[in-house]
Design a protein around this ligand. Structure first.
Ligand code: FAD
Length: 508
């Protein structure tokens, strides 16, 4: 008698869910069926196409210290060769990873400062003598009297940069991203987010750059084990944006027998004897129950727990209900020109710009032309992504799309970035729960994890699936490790939770 085919239900078609499905179709006999709540592939790392202009929600650099991950990317989109110039005739294929230079600066006092900060003459001139003296004095002060114990992110920043520099370059931006004061965030989180950076390292990095004229090879970008991760200067990027890679992978999954269903939102989970048995899926207003043998979840843990059919212990439910997230909005603006220029000509070089000034709510500006010129339909136009961080129901998220676009454009004008009459058109894209927060219910996260880990056939993977402020490579490695565990019959989930924590590098 032939054995019944085993089914893996995968919740979410972002990087984690797609990687899990691909690993299953290629390495096992288990059939993956993905249920995706949205109408497109890629999750946060999708590419949104607006009238032929492609928008990357967040600006996704492809950089990983894991060879397993980079090999996976290059299987679908091979790297451009070191000698291939981006606009040359030798770029004869669309399936390509471009090697891009990272250029990002900080906009403060309506002036552009290098990121990471470099203490060169230009920076000193822009900051002015009084500020420089204050920076030096507050840095010296903290060298002699560091804040001990280092409890909050504010302590972390001040100990490394001094109060003045922290106030100028870190405080307002971090508070824009998280919506809470830096004194509210933990120091460990800072240590992970901007690993190892300090004034001394920033100065040394600047000096090193002066002497070693960069032109680093593609090889060093592939496995850069020593550079402080916040300083990475090159990254890979699919020619048509991150969604191009996920579309390729989705096509391979379907070609090999997997299934992907859009507009299928998982709303509840059925369990029996410490196993998941089925999920309830909302399809066109109807709830349909789907059974499976294995379950991979990339949906927010908060929603997973709330949707559990069995009685969840009170402490776990309470911690999950208290988990916090930050939403994210990208306003795409198509322009004829920018007012701000480098050396008064041409397009500025940056991939993105951090907006530090506190008199606008705008967090970052993406210049999509500089990620890949192929993201923009008309090469003579400028395609920007204006990023806002918000909470459900706050002032920003309550605005409707046209109000929001007008508000964003008025902020661009206010910071002297554009002239109003250069705007051609605009669009708005909202991403809920883009940032899982390490405050609120997170302090009791261990209880949630312990509870969910007992379900032997449930694999929590990816960003919201594990409530990790992660990058794509982390999502992918957690998916790969989960499939490794199924193949090796490993029951414990520790190796999934431990993925990449040492070598993680993070956006922003
Ligand atoms: C602003 C920003 C910038 C970033 N920059 C980078 C970068 O430069 N480099 C990098 O590597 N990473 C970057 N990241 C991180 C990257 O986006 C994530 O690591 C990655 O997208 C996580 O993939 P995932 O599959 O785990 O989750 P997601 O991308 O969140 O995908 C989860 C999917 O599950 C679906 N889903 C949710 N709930 C349900 C449900 N109930 N039923 C069915 N489907 C559901 C969602 O619609 C979504 O498609 C950035 C993130 C942000 C927010």
């Amino acid at each position: 008698m032939s054995k019944k085919e085993q089914i893996a239900i995968i919740i979410g078609a972002g990087p984690a869910g797609l990687t899990a499905a691909y690993e299953l179709v290629t390495r096992t006999k288990i059939k993956p069926i993905i249920f995706e709540a949205a109408d497109a592939i890629g999750g946060i790392a999708r590419t949104y196409n607006f009238q032929g202009n492609r928008m990357d929600l967040g600006g996704h650099r492809f950089f990983s210290k894991s060879k397993r991950v980079t090999d996976f990317w290059f299987k679908f989109l091979p790297p451009e060769s070191e000698s291939t110039q981006i606009n040359s005739a030798s770029t004869n294929t669309d399936k390509l990873m471009l090697l891009r230079n990272r250029v990002s600066r900080i906009l403060f006092l309506r002036k552009l400062f290098p990121y990471p900060l470099q203490f060169n003459l230009a920076t000193l001139r822009k900051l002015g003598a009084i500020r420089i003296l204050k920076i030096a004095a507050s840095y010296l002060y903290v060298c002699i009297f560091p804040r001990r114990p280092e409890k909050s992110l504010e302590d972390f920043f001040i100990n490394r940069f001094g109060r003045e520099l922290y106030t100028i370059f870190f405080k307002d931006y971090t508070e824009k991203v998280w919506g809470v004061p830096c004194s509210f965030l933990t120091a460990e989180w800072g240590a992970q987010r901007i690993k190892g950076l300090s004034i001394t390292k920033t100065l040394l990095h600047g000096l090193k750059k002066l002497f070693a004229k960069s032109a680093k090879s593609a090889k060093s970008a592939k496995s850069n084990g020593t550079t402080e991760t916040s300083l990475i200067e090159k990254f890979w990027y699919p020619k048509f944006g991150p969604g191009q890679l996920w579309d390729e992978i989705a096509a391979a999954i379907i070609a090999q027998g997997g299934e992907i269903h859009f507009d299928h939102k998982v709303v509840a989970v059925h369990t029996k004897d410490q196993q998941l048995t089925a999920v309830d899926v909302l399809i066109d207003g109807e709830v349909v129950t789907m059974t499976g043998d294995y379950f991979f979840s990339t949906m927010p843990i908060k929603e997973l727990i709330i949707g559990m059919e069995e009685t969840v212990p009170h402490a776990v439910l309470e911690a999950a209900t208290e988990l916090k997230y930050r939403d994210f909005i990208t306003v795409g603006v198509l322009l004829k020109d920018l007012k701000i220029k480098d050396n008064h000509v041409g397009l500025i070089r940056d991939n993105w710009i951090y907006v530090q000034d506190a008199d606008v709510k705008l967090g970052r500006i993406q210049i999509f032309n500089n990620w890949s010129p192929y993201l923009v339909k008309d090469k003579n136009q400028i395609w920007l992504g204006l990023e806002y961080f918000c909470n459900a129901n706050d002032e920003i998220s309550r605005m409707d799309n046209s109000e929001l676009a007008e508000f964003a454009i008025s902020e661009l004008v206010k910071i002297n970035f554009i002239e109003r009459d250069t705007v051609i058109t605009s669009t708005v894209f909202r991403t809920e729960k883009a940032y899982p927060a390490y405050f609120g219910g997170y302090k009791k996260f261990h209880e949630i994890r312990q509870y969910l880990d007992q379900f032997a056939n449930l694999f929590l993977i990816g960003r919201n699936g594990m409530h990790r402020y992660n990058n794509m490579d982390h999502s992918m490695l957690t998916a790969m490790t989960a499939v490794d565990n199924i193949l090796a019959n490993v029951k414990l989930k520790n190796n999934i939770w431990n993925v990449n924590t040492e070598s993680e590098y993070l956006e922003a």
